[in-house]
Design a protein around this ligand. Structure first.
Ligand code: ATP
Ligand code: MG
Length: 335
């Protein structure tokens, strides 16, 4: 039932202001794609264009090769889930989930079957007679998802659906949503500004900056082979260190804190290394984060043990040579 979604050279202008600059994305049937980028980069706008809630200025949006231009939002058979779940407060969980089907005048028997299936899938079977006000945040979230999937949409479009939940519930729900989407073979466009959320949930991530597509690739590919400096800095936490190259003024070196560790005795020839002074040690559970002052610049590194380290101590940091990234200073492109 799910569709392949093609975003073909899509431009969106609000009056004189261009907010989407010719975006090109081919999303496969059943694929989970995140739209990731900072506030204002155009994630929601793109989602609303796909949904038919916003008109595109030029380009095409295709579902299974079919141009959606002439179809309004209702006719596209997409499901939307927003940050505020916008459940109908005067309806029970059952009525909320059934609502899209009732509006489509689907027969009662089919509605009952679909609601039962959605409730079962989402673990809501025991809550069907409750009112939204009597549910937890996570439960409301699941009802919103149930209402979205109940009519087998061509695509499920979600705009920061987890951002109102507390940290533990977010982590739980992202796994639930991912599993559900995968079980149902749903094509999902998932908007988030949280790179970790995008990493763990997606088959592919579309990284946007100021309405331009920066990279569209699998999570580990975006992490390990960032197309440019923007992607390199946006993906990964703590952020990648950028340092001047000792021998080339036109190149910046990038080092992920997780690749940069206090040098051990077995370090081979092909290691990149730096010397500095420890300014701060932060325990972070599985490892420590180190802030190290290297020639006037703070560099972040990680250490699994800090036996011989303390504030003010001299430390030598090293990274495998193949984990050193290089960027063109002028264009930001990865080299
Ligand atoms: N109706 C509108 N009229 C004019 N400009 C708009 C309109 N809606 C959005 N914009 C502008 O378009 C750009 C993209 O907005 P959009 O809401 O898509 O960003 P976003 O990536 O979803 O950001 P956030 O993470 O803050 O939700 C922003 O600069 C925004 O100010
Ligand atoms: Mg938005």
């Amino acid at each position: 039932m799910s569709a392949a979604v093609t975003i073909d050279n899509v431009v969106k202008d609000y009056g004189p202001v261009r907010v989407l600059h010719g975006l090109q994305l081919d999303i496969r049937e059943g694929e989970f794609v995140s739209l990731l980028g900072p506030s204002g980069c155009g994630k929601s706008t793109l989602l609303y264009c796909v949904a038919g809630l916003e008109q595109i200025s030029s380009g095409r949006i295709l579902f299974d090769g079919r141009d959606m231009a002439a179809l309004g939002s209702r006719e596209r058979n997409i499901a939307l889930v927003f940050q505020d779940y916008a459940l109908y407060p005067h309806m029970t969980v059952r009525e909320n989930i059934a609502f899209p089907l009732r509006r489509l005048k689907v027969d009662r028997k089919t509605i009952e079957g679909q609601v039962a299936w959605a409730a079962e899938t989402l673990g809501l079977a025991a809550l069907l007679e409750r009112m939204p006000s009597d549910l937890s945040g996570g439960q409301r979230q699941r009802v919103a998802v149930g209402r979205a999937i109940v009519r087998n949409p061509a695509a499920l479009l979600m705009d920061e659906p987890l951002s109102n939940l507390d940290a533990a519930l977010r982590v739980h729900m992202r796994t639930e949503i991912k599993r559900l989407a995968s079980d149902l073979g749903l094509t999902v466009l998932f908007v988030t500004h949280d790179q970790e959320e995008a990493m763990v949930m997606s088959d592919r991530i579309a990284v946007l900056s100021q309405g331009h597509l920066q990279q569209f690739a699998a999570p580990m590919d975006v992490y390990r082979n960032p197309a440019n400096r923007f992607v390199a800095e946006f993906i990964g936490s703590p952020k990648m260190n950028l340092l001047p190259s000792p021998d080339r003024a036109d190149i910046l070196l990038g080092l992920r804190p997780h690749d940069l560790t206090p040098a051990g005795p077995q370090d081979g020839e092909d290691a990149f290394s730096l010397a500095g002074t420890i300014a701060l040690i932060e325990p972070a559970g599985p490892q420590y984060f180190l802030d190290v002052l290297v020639g006037g610049q703070l560099v972040r590194a990680t250490a699994s043990e800090i036996d011989n380290l303390s504030n003010g101590s001299e430390v030598r940091l090293s990274a495998p040579a193949h984990r050193v990234y290089r960027f063109d200073v002028a264009t930001g492109d990865a080299l």
